[in-house]
Design a protein around this ligand. Structure first.
Ligand code: GDP
Ligand code: MG
Length: 203
């Protein structure tokens, strides 16, 4: 049986969420900014360490907050499926402090609004636009320590523009998600270094 993992990609407008997803799936990048107005679902299949996973990647349009209840999620089409995602990618722009503040708020709300042990869902914080790093607002190390030590989330920097670390971030997230889900089977050790570009296929 092929396991399906739903991943919600959330972040302030213009940080590069759609660019990251499209680079991952289609090896495609556009300089032209087309704001994402409604929720879009991508369904690639990936092979990680010999196992196939179907991903359901939700490109979430700008939302003012993480849905605090199932009814709120149901009423707002933009966040359908967001509460029950198996993992989160929270994207910010390394040159834009406000986009980091947004990620901070969403991370806090995920922890507060998801019930019970589901609040321990894997969260990967992604600093995009690494190619513009001369304009970054905070040193990489400082953000990384804050995110990993204080927030207990994963941290990766990438450039959707140059396809730098884009596969790595999905591999990192999938690694955490699969390791948590399969902890009893002790397979987590085998996950490192597994997802290769030519093994990522589109369904
Ligand atoms: P979204 O609103 O978060 O989905 O952002 P988009 O993916 O639509 O990207 C917003 C703008 O940022 C577009 O003009 C992209 O070309 C640009 N962009 C996205 N990723 C990068 C990146 O890694 N580096 C640079 N320099 N620009 C990027
Ligand atoms: Mg978008």
């Amino acid at each position: 049986m092929v396991e399906t993992l739903s991943i919600a990609v959330i972040g302030a407008p213009g940080v590069g969420k759609t660019s990251i997803i499209r680079q991952f799936i289609y090896n495609d990048f556009s300089e032209v900014y087309t704001p994402t107005r409604s929720r879009y679902v991508y369904r690639p299949s990936v092979i990680l360490n010999g196992n196939m996973y179907e991903l359901k990647i939700l490109d979430v349009p700008p939302i003012s907050s993480f849905p605090s209840s199932s009814s709120q999620e149901w009423l707002d089409l933009r966040c359908r499926g967001v509460r029950n995602a198996n993992a989160y990618v929270l994207v910010y722009d390394i040159c834009c402090v406000e986009s980091f503040e947004y990620v901070k708020m969403i991370r806090q709300q995920i922890v507060e609004h998801r019930e019970g042990s589901s609040s321990e869902v894997p969260i990967l914080v992604v600093g995009n636009k690494r190619d513009l790093q001369r304009q970054r607002f905070m040193p990489r190390r400082a953000v990384s320590v804050l995110v990993k030590k204080t927030w207990k989330c994963g941290y990766v920097e990438c450039s959707a523009k140059f396809n730098w670390h884009v596969i790595l971030l999905f591999k990192e997230l999938l690694g955490i998600a699969v390791a948590r889900g399969m902890r009893q089977n002790h397979t987590s050790i085998r996950l490192q270094g597994a997802l290769q570009r030519n093994r990522c296929t589109i369904m």
